[in-house]
Design a protein around this ligand. Structure first.
Ligand SMILES: Nc1ncnc2c1ncn2[C@@H]1O[C@H](COP(=O)(O)OP(=O)(O)O)[C@@H](O)[C@H]1O
Ligand SMILES: [Mg+2]
Length: 270
């Protein structure tokens, strides 16, 4: 994470997000996505992960939300509070949680819709690139999107984002509701996309273990704040992360719900 500012693609500095009327959700978050990196945003339901991604993509604007303090930069350029379509043109693509596909379109039509409004020299090269990362989508290309499995739909929404060749993909809980095997496959493809297309990735996840397997660095979010951050190998071995997010306690496996009421250890509050 060190180095000169040219290595930093996205930076949030002390960002506060407020929704109309005066609902403060993100409370002074600072984070960095290095060029070419995979960064994980970790935290339980309601922590503020989606709102952070929506503040970067401008999607908060659609929900009457604003960055009311701090700033966000892409390649050193301020982007906070810009409209989502303008931010998309700069190369940031947000993949919403809940994998919304166009049910009536075929997989291929749905993928090509990701090029809407973009100037693309050869859409079929772009399609080929997506199919190479997700061979399953090639097999299913004539099938209507609504008929795909959950895992295939997640590949589709990532593929639709990928097809316009963004600089950054913001992935919102891609693992939600998928089996561990499918998640592993999906995250393997995400890693390949990152390495081969040099697309930087900010990945919001409750599945801390899987996310840290592919991320270089992680931030733990609680109640709209960063409570801990570090390289993935440090986080995965951290006793607090193991207790609160991986359910590994001294007495064996315990659930997040059970430990949630435990008094936080002092070093946890950074
Ligand atoms: N548009 C909104 N207006 C008001 N409150 C919101 C809005 N979006 C999210 N929130 C609140 O902000 C908190 C964080 O939500 P969210 O960012 O979706 O968390 P996560 O993605 O980590 O589950 C929640 O308490 C949620 O109810
Ligand atoms: Mg969310």
């Amino acid at each position: 994470m060190s180095g000169n500012n040219g290595d930093i693609l996205i930076e949030l500095n002390n960002v506060e997000v407020t929704f109309d009327p005066f609902i403060l959700v993100v409370k002074g978050v600072s984070l960095r996505v290095p060029r070419g990196g995979i960064v994980a945003l970790l935290g339980a339901n309601g922590a503020g992960k989606s709102t952070i991604l929506k503040s970067i993509s401008g999607v908060i604007r659609l929900e009457r939300g604003w960055v009311t303090r701090g700033w966000i930069t892409l390649d050193g350029r301020r982007i906070e509070n810009m409209l989502p379509e303008d931010i998309a043109k700069l190369g940031i693509t947000y993949v919403h949680e809940g994998r919304k596909v166009f049910e009536e379109l075929t997989v291929e039509e749905d993928l090509l819709s990701g090029l809407y409004g973009r100037r693309t020299k050869n859409p079929y090269d772009a399609l080929e690139m997506v199919y190479n990362f997700f061979p399953r989508l090639r097999e299913r290309r004539r099938v209507r999107s609504g008929l795909l499995s959950g895992g295939e739909q997640q590949m589709l929404v990532i593929g639709r984002a990928l097809i316009s060749r963004p600089k950054v993909l913001l992935l919102d809980e891609p693992s939600l509701g998928l089996s561990p095997k499918i998640v592993s496959e999906l995250f393997k493809s995400v890693k390949e996309i990152n390495e081969q297309e040099e697309i930087s990735i900010l990945l919001a996840e409750q599945n801390v273990k899987k996310a840290l397997e592919i991320a270089d660095y992680g931030y733990v979010i609680e109640n709209g704040r960063v409570v801990m951050d570090g390289p993935s190998d440090k986080l995965i071995n951290n006793p607090d992360v193991q207790n609160y997010y991986l359910g590994i306690g001294e007495t064996g496996r315990i659930s997040y719900r059970e430990v949630k009421s435990y008094k936080r250890r002092k070093r946890w509050i950074s």
